[in-house]
Design a protein around this ligand. Structure first.
Ligand SMILES: NC(=O)c1ccc[n+]([C@@H]2O[C@H](COP(=O)([O-])OP(=O)(O)OC[C@H]3O[C@@H](n4cnc5c(N)ncnc54)[C@H](OP(=O)(O)O)[C@@H]3O)[C@@H](O)[C@H]2O)c1
Length: 245
């Protein structure tokens, strides 16, 4: 996709810590940012963060007509949804799995051009770092749910990017992320602001098409990470270019 052809971006998980960064980043870059939340009470807050439109729905019990309508003229879906860690004590279903698949299927039916998922390091069957293994042990049902969603995304007829960040922080955007193919065994932390930057960039970044990446910022992995020139939709002068090494 070209950087200037994106008209409408749908942000799922918009009220969350990554999602809020997405709203702020996209606000002046694309004409319409549509934010999903389960809570109508969050509407004014999401608008103040940069959402042009707010969609109220629950991906685990969606109103299918409403969701289809909200996705009808959407170019890009960015999904930063996630369960609370305490949800692992229940038996599911999880928004990380079934909820994300429901969103994906609605997006494909609507003809959305690109779908980006914020997953987590350790998801999937590739060799994993100790950090990833710790994630798997601590939140195994959520990791398994994310793996199901990732697989559905890779099988779907839509351009996709799956990002698997390490430990998320609320630190500032650094633009110093390392990305690598699954199995590279990256470990460490990355700010939600940095992840949001890569999510927004993925649909217009050639090297991110139909790829899955492990993502960390600290420490750096100069020998294991890929060189990618990340673009952003919208005006080129509104942001500095980012190259992950
Ligand atoms: N914590 C970590 O260190 C870590 C590391 C790697 C990856 N991750 C993953 O990264 C992602 C983003 O994490 P985050 O901390 O930025 O998110 P977060 O603050 O926990 O926000 C989660 C979002 O998911 C939405 N959501 C939850 N259930 C939903 C449902 N049934 N339908 C629609 N929306 C729903 C919530 O929206 P409403 O409440 O407004 O409906 C909220 O905006 C998650 O998938 C997380 O598992 C986390």
């Amino acid at each position: 996709m070209d950087t200037d052809t994106i008209e409408t971006v749908f942000v799922a998980g918009a009220s969350g810590d990554t999602g809020r960064h997405l709203l702020r980043l996209l606000d002046r870059r694309v004409p319409t940012v549509r934010a999903l939340t389960r809570s109508a009470e969050r509407t004014s807050e999401l608008r103040s963060l940069g959402a042009d439109e707010v969609v109220v729905d629950d991906l685990l019990d969606p109103d299918e007509d409403d969701l289809a309508g909200a996705l009808a003229d959407t170019d890009v879906v960015l999904s930063a949804v996630g369960s609370d860690a305490t949800d692992v004590l229940g038996s599911g279903p999880y928004v990380d799995g079934e909820g994300t698949v429901a969103l994906l299927e609605a997006a494909v039916d609507a003809g959305v051009a690109a779908f980006v998922m914020e997953s987590a390091i350790g998801v999937g069957d590739e060799p994993a770092s100790r950090l990833a293994t710790a994630f798997d042990v601590a939140i195994r049902p959520l990791q398994a749910a994310k793996a199901t969603a990732e697989a559905a995304i890779r099988d779907a007829n839509v351009r996709h990017t799956v990002l698997r960040p390490g430990v998320l922080t609320n630190g500032p955007r650094t633009d110093t992320t390392s990305v690598a193919e699954p199995g590279a065994k990256l470990w460490g932390a990355v700010s939600r602001a940095d992840v949001a930057r890569l999510m927004a960039a993925a649909p217009v970044t050639d090297a991110a098409a139909d790829r899955t990446f492990e993502v960390v910022s600290e420490p750096a992995f100069p020998g294991r990470s890929l060189s990618v020139d990340w673009r952003l939709p919208g005006r080129d002068d509104a942001d500095v270019p980012v190259r992950t090494e």
